[in-house]
Design a protein around this ligand. Structure first.
Ligand code: AP5
Length: 216
């Protein structure tokens, strides 16, 4: 099953992608994580992406479609994948559709996580992440130690106030049209109220995609 997760920054796409991947037994493909890893490794792709990401702008479609071409044709995604934030523009939605058609697959479900702007800003401006294992934390100060690996907690550059504002605007202007694109292409977008505890949101998502064990 191929599931596309849509939603504004901070809506919980990454958090829910981890939960759904564990429940459904298919991998999470998060373009944000792939890009941050490329930045850390100093690769050509990472160097190209860094300035866009720090400002909260989208990385060019060609870079994203290159990443997705690699992962969607890999044996790791043979049984399906959860595409976390991997489709953020109409050309990306078109590109992913064509790429999957070439290998006899299609997008099976599109989930949209809805959270209002005040809650999004609160989540992003109080988030820190481990500079080692990348685990996110809410309300823990930069500089404290990660409970999982002992790494140092840092604030993401794109979680600074100017970048958060820009990311929300970019979502409205460039990503929200993807919702209509899927609707127009007979792919029902399943809307999830994501302003609730993580396990409740996971239950709603599982129920929406028609998996047993959902609820609420
Ligand atoms: P990416 O890392 O994907 O950033 P994003 O979409 O802005 O998403 P976030 O990771 O900030 O939020 P999320 O919705 O995943 O929420 P999370 O679970 O982390 O992308 C970064 C950048 O890479 C982009 O800006 C762009 O430059 C580039 N990029 C990536 N993909 C691209 C593409 N396809 N095209 C072009 N450019 C691309 O949760 C957020 C916080 O809230 C966490 O602290 C979490 O613990 C907390 N939280 C989660 N759920 C709940 C809940 N239910 N209740 C309370 N708190 C919660």
């Amino acid at each position: 099953m191929i599931i596309v997760l849509l939603g504004p920054p901070g809506a919980g796409k990454g958090t829910q992608a981890d939960q759904l991947a564990a429940r459904l037994g298919i991998p999470k493909i998060a373009t944000g994580d792939v890009l941050r890893s490329a930045v850390r490794d100093g690769t050509k792709r990472g160097l190209e992406a860094k300035a866009y990401m720090d400002r909260g702008d989208l990385v060019p479609d060609s870079v994203i479609l290159g990443i997705l071409q690699d992962v969607m044709t890999s044996p790791a995604t043979a049984k399906g994948a959860i595409l976390d934030g991997a489709v953020r523009t109409v050309p990306q939605a078109e590109g992913v559709g064509m790429m999957l058609a070439e290998i006899g697959k299609k997008v099976d479900r599109v989930l949209l996580f809805d959270v209002d702007d005040d809650e999004l800003v609160k989540r992003l401006s109080t988030r820190t992440v481990c500079d080692g294992c990348q685990t996110p934390y809410m309300g823990r100060e930069p500089g404290s130690a990660c409970e999982k690996c002992g790494g140092k907690l840092v604030r993401r550059k794109d979680d600074e106030p100017d970048a958060i504002r820009n990311r929300l605007e970019v979502y409205r202007t460039q990503t929200a049209p993807v919702i209509d694109w899927y609707d127009d292409h007979k792919m029902k977008v399943l809307r999830i109220d994501a302003d609730a505890p993580v396990d409740v949101v996971t239950g709603r998502a599982l129920e929406a995609i028609g998996e047993e064990g959902g609820g609420k």
